[in-house]
Design a protein around this ligand. Structure first.
Ligand code: TRP
Length: 336
């Protein structure tokens, strides 16, 4: 056994909501990093369908999106032999632990969550209790696996902080039970912006199709969207705050080719925006093409996908069950 096997690998958990189609911003900001992590950490990646129902979902759409997201994660390079991929609702312990953690979470702390405030505004007709306790379920996701690290974007930092508070509160009330997780800040994290309004992040909830590059877009669609993207005044390809459109295209080009901003500036010195856009369009189409091809294959092979998800949930359940039993015992529940 080599050193790496002897050393217990650190645990990483992250979740992604099955809502909307996956876009290149998700790939650049989250999934690409997950793929890097799977070789050195014990990774759990979950499609959080329980979280998704905090806003109303069409049943057929939810089922389809959940499958597609799982297939997409594999198409993007997550390898089921290296990491554990599962659907949250398949592992009952998530709901079970969430209930218990609810009893260790002051309402005041939940009221401060900015995501709750935002979502209560955008879904004013359905401010349900699940929306309010959403971060407690997220804490359960993380604490069940004794995760050391959680890769999260800025919008989720507050939820991770709450998770840490809950874990510490529980540990202090009883005895050491949960690992208190740390945020994982990825070494690379390109922020991909909206193609039509490059000061806004590319987002699943964007209504303007032209603003977003979906991983399922055809080469043609990708090229067209990039060619029609909003650029800035001037004509020089340089990375700068007052050129958000060009900066975004440079981020995309860098993602697709692995080149640095300096190298890109050099490559396009003396060339106009038109030539640059064409190059970005081709590079991004070529980058996404093999992912889409793999996705098409996986989504047609339902037997394979279901096997991956079944194996994933069984593995996840074994770990989650152990944690939950420990929690039951500490609380004083009669053993089952
Ligand atoms: N709330 C996260 C989001 O909206 C998704 C999520 C659910 C998650 N459970 C998690 C992220 C656990 C990290 C860890 O992006």
């Amino acid at each position: 056994m080599d050193e790496k096997d002897l050393q217990k690998r650190k645990v990483i958990l992250s979740g992604i909501q099955p809502s909307g189609k996956l876009h290149i911003g998700n790939l650049a900001g989250a999934i690409r990093n997950w793929v890097e992590l799977q070789d050195s950490y014990d990774c759990y990646f979950t499609v959080v369908d329980l979280h998704a129902i905090t806003v109303r979902q069409e049943p057929a759409d939810l089922r389809k999106t959940t499958y597609e997201l799982a297939a997409m994660l594999i198409a993007c390079g997550l390898d089921p032999d290296k990491c554990t991929i599962f659907i949250q609702s398949h592992v009952a312990e998530h709901s079970q632990l969430a209930w218990i953690l609810n009893c260790f979470t002051p309402i005041g702390e939940l009221s401060r969550m900015t995501q709750f405030k935002d979502k209560s505004q955008s879904h004013a007709d359905n401010i349900n209790a699940g929306l309010f306790t959403y971060p407690v379920l997220q804490a359960a996701d993380i604490l069940l696996y004794q995760a050391d690290l959680v890769p999260v974007g800025n919008d989720q930092k507050q939820h991770l902080e709450l998770t840490r508070n809950i874990a510490e509160r529980f540990n202090n009330t009883y005895s050491q039970t949960f690992v208190v997780p740390e945020p994982y800040i990825p070494p690379v994290g390109a922020r991909i912006m909206n193609l039509q309004e490059p000061t806004k992040k590319m987002s699943k909830s964007e209504e303007n199709e032209k603003a977003t590059i979906y991983i399922v877009d055809s080469d043609e669609q990708i090229r067209n969207k990039i060619k029609r993207s909003v650029t800035d005044s001037g004509n020089e390809v340089v990375f700068s705050d007052d050129k958000p459109g060009i900066a975004n295209l440079m981020s995309l080009y860098s993602l697709a080719t692995g080149r640095t901003f300096k190298e890109i500036e050099h490559e396009f010195q003396g060339k106009g925006y038109g030539e640059f856009k064409s190059a970005v369009a081709d590079a991004v189409a070529d980058y996404i093409n093999p992912i889409r091809t793999r996705f098409d294959k996986i989504i047609k092979d339902k037997a394979y996908l279901e096997k991956v998800l079944k194996d994933g949930s069984e593995k996840a359940h074994r770990i989650a069950y152990k944690t939950l039993r420990k929690v039951y015992k500490k609380i004083g529940f009669v053993q089952f």
